[in-house]
Design a protein around this ligand. Structure first.
Ligand SMILES: NC(=O)c1ccc[n+]([C@@H]2O[C@H](COP(=O)([O-])OP(=O)(O)OC[C@H]3O[C@@H](n4cnc5c(N)ncnc54)[C@H](O)[C@@H]3O)[C@@H](O)[C@H]2O)c1
Length: 351
């Protein structure tokens, strides 16, 4: 099976992390959602670290493959002695029978694609709530650090004075709407992390990723980056929904994983961190035009109504302040948007 990442990307993450890698030596990391886009990059980064530096990092992974498609097969056939895997549904409360010590419990399971969570609102909600409760109990039992993958979506649709959005912004979110099962469950997942940090003595961190993209995203994901890249590959127009004026920032996967691992290692107890690349903030139409510029073949752009499988009410702007991650974690994204888009296109074209 073709690789779900680029070797060069994994090396780049390890170079970015430099001395931080040492803090992971001999550690055991439990990853929920290990078959997902981010989960697989963690797996490969830590694999590379084991191979090159003999770091002896162990990984225990769980996933139920609800949104991983083919990738379930990849994870189940992943044959490394430092990796163990169990198929498990975290939308139901779970207790774990694990003998090993665990240093980090990472909750990266979720239904992240709007098209996918529109189909499964209850499971989307429950994986953040019941999944968080089960994994926080595990972290408490094992005295591990706990890291919850929340989302920039917890900010909802911020007013202009609050953009770039800081972690202290409380959000402007609908509790009853087509996106609420995702947004509100992430907010409740954050509350659970806060409660266990303050009342149960578990060191917790919350990560709010801002539109991470890269190789390994699937065609069936329907988030804008894989959507554009697969449409272009298959000779279809890039479809821009609505006015095309809604803006986002995009963070290439190598910068994102670097930032995430810095939170695992150096996040201040109880704190939330925005991880993303604040520049440039581009409209959907501008992003489509970047694809047109960098794609090796001619590509057309078409403005369309939102399709039925896409939940309405999307935020008009999304742009992070990453000052806190710069100050606390020495985090700095480096991959330019055009370069990241090119790398994604190259991978999709060969996939
Ligand atoms: N990638 C991004 O840009 C981004 C942005 C914001 C938030 N996040 C969050 O980060 C996490 C990882 O994102 P991703 O891009 O890797 O998403 P992904 O959909 O590629 O991976 C998530 C994984 O979680 C698994 N999962 C879902 N429900 C489960 C359940 N009930 N039990 C067990 N496993 C379950 C899926 O099968 C999948 O393999 C998600 O929680 C997502 O909400 C990601």
């Amino acid at each position: 099976m073709k690789s779900f990442f680029l070797d060069q990307d994994i090396k780049e993450i390890c170079e970015n992390l430099q001395d931080d890698i040492k803090f992971l030596e001999n550690k055991t990391i439990f990853i929920a959602g290990v078959a997902g886009f981010l989960g697989r990059y963690f797996l490969e980064t830590l694999n590379q670290t084991n191979l090159v530096n003999g770091s002896n990092i162990k990984i225990i992974g769980v996933d139920n493959f609800v949104s991983s498609g083919l990738l379930g097969e990849y994870i189940e056939s992943y044959d490394e002695k430092w990796f163990s895997f169990k198929k498990l549904d975290l939308s139901k409360l779970q207790s774990f029978d694990i003998k090993d010590n665990i240093d980090f419990v990472v909750h990266a399971a979720g239904i992240a694609s709007p098209a996918q969570y529109k189909l499964r609102p209850m499971q989307t909600f429950d994986v953040a709530i019941n999944g968080s409760k089960s994994l926080l109990e595990l972290a408490k039992l094992k005295n591990s650090r706990y890291i919850f993958f929340s989302s920039s979506e917890i900010y909802g649709d911020p007013d202009l004075q609050n953009i770039p959005v800081k972690e202290s912004y409380k959000g402007y979110v609908s509790s009853m709407g087509p996106r609420s099962c995702y947004d509100e469950s992430k907010r409740a997942g954050e509350t659970l992390a806060y409660v266990y940090n303050n009342y149960e003595d578990v060191h917790t961190n919350v990560i709010r990723p801002f539109n991470v993209f890269g190789p390994g995203m699937q065609k069936t994901d329907y988030r804008v980056m894989p959507n554009f890249a697969f449409n272009a590959k298959e000779g279809r127009s890039l479809e821009v929904y609505g006015s095309g004026k809604q803006t986002r920032t995009y963070c290439y996967i190598t910068d994102a994983i670097t930032g995430f691992i810095k939170v695992f290692l150096h996040g201040i107890s109880g704190e939330a961190y925005n991880i993303g690349n604040p520049e440039p903030e581009v409209s959907a139409l501008e992003l489509a035009n970047i694809f047109v510029d960098v794609h090796p073949r001619e590509v057309n752009v078409q403005i369309k109504e939102y399709p039925d499988n896409y939940p309405e009410d999307e935020p008009s702007r999304r742009c992070p302040s990453i000052q806190k991650a710069i100050d606390d974690l020495n985090y700095k994204p480096i991959v330019k948007l055009k370069d990241g888009v090119s790398r994604l296109i190259n991978w999709v074209e060969e996939f």
